[in-house]
Ligand binder design. Structure first.
Ligand code: FAD
Length: 302
């Protein structure tokens, strides 16, 4: 039962200090994170773009309680949009945003205001924005902010987690025309009162939600590396036009499959970058225990 321990560690300040202070960690982190800064992200995007893959960029960071930090995150996205426009990558690209990094936990409308500025700047260069979904305590607030943003920016998308029991109900409001929904299984440790606990139940819920999205009028984004899910998505999408849905995978995971799918379908890679990689990295370790072995081996092989 390593996953719950790793997910608990993802939230621990002590573990963060320990793991990020080990120089060797960096080599393993590089598999999942495109770089510490925008230059690293642009380099990765150049390679993905050349291979015909679309991108969504995530400036790493989460759970901010500091107003200045939240404003710095907003500024990082504004800088990203300018760089994308300058490099010719902006058209059709997307940015993934964690509202908790924009001040969601702080009083007032800080996260909404920052998200508005991010959406306005993205729209000006021809990019879209997708709100990541974080732990279950943030879902109501995230969907409320989504609704407000969509009044002015109807193309703003959101990630929805099949592991949450509430998802079937939430999707009823998210299947209308133009609604961009990235369906994922969910990466956070959640109690049984709100979330399915077994992989089987989460996968089944994923397929039910996928069916709802594919039968709706919105734009489903299939966020999964699971070969069975991809196969089912392909068959559910058979009656849809190829430009009315897309696949999405994370940077560094199943890269050959990303390129294979890109040959006949829209395929987008989620590219995280930035110095605050700890929480994101620990969730990737938790998803696959073999990653932890790889991580530990990097210490003994030197
Ligand atoms: P799984 O059953 O976990 O994995 C299927 C197979 O994929 C595995 O057997 C393995 O071969 C491969 N694989 C999966 N994960 C890894 C890994 N870490 N390392 C190596 N191989 C792996 N979660 C959220 O809670 N909120 C979000 O906003 C969010 N955004 C996401 C955006 C995108 C584009 C994607 C692809 C995922 C996102 N996730 C998000 C994470 C998601 O919830 C899952 O935790 C993650 O995708 C693993 O689930 P899976 O569907 O790939 O299936």
């Amino acid at each position: 039962m390593l996953s719950p321990l790793l997910l608990a560690a993802a939230r621990s300040r002590r573990m963060r200090g320990l793991v990020t202070s080990i120089p060797l960690t960096r080599g393993v982190v590089d598999r999942f994170v495109a770089g510490d800064d925008l230059a690293g992200a642009l380099h990765a995007v150049g390679e993905l773009d050349a291979a015909g893959l679309r991108v969504t960029l995530d400036h790493l960071g989460e759970d901010t309680r500091d107003r200045a930090q939240a404003t710095a995150t907003r500024d990082a996205y504004l800088e990203l949009f300018t760089a994308f426009a300058d490099h010719g990558y902006a058209g059709g690209a997307d940015a993934s945003v964690k509202l908790s990094a924009l001040g969601q936990a702080l009083p007032g409308d800080l996260a909404l205001d920052h998200a508005r500025e991010i959406c306005a700047a993205a729209g000006r260069v021809g990019m879209t924005v997708t709100l990541d979904m974080e732990d279950h305590t943030t879902v109501d607030s995230t969907l409320e902010i989504l609704g407000k943003l969509r009044v002015d920016f109807p193309w703003v998308g959101v990630a929805i987690q099949s592991m949450l029991r509430r998802t079937e109900g939430d999707l009823k409001d998210l299947v209308g025309e133009g609604s961009r929904v990235r369906l994922v299984k969910g990466a956070y440790a959640e109690p049984a009162s709100v979330a399915f606990q077994s992989k089987r139940d989460v996968d089944r819920a994923y397929v039910r939600a996928l069916r709802t999205l594919m039968n709706g009028d919105g734009y489903p984004m299939v966020g999964s590396h699971d070969p069975r899910i991809i196969e089912i998505a392909l068959s559910l999408a058979a009656g849809r036009s190829p430009s009315s849905y897309e696949f999405q995978m994370l940077y560094g995971i199943r890269t050959a499959e990303q390129r294979r799918l890109a040959e006949g379908h829209r395929m987008r890679v989620y590219v995280p970058y930035g110095a605050d990689w700890y929480g994101y990295f620990m969730r990737r370790l938790a998803e696959r225990p073999a990653n932890l072995v790889f991580f530990l081996r990097s210490f003994t092989s030197r």
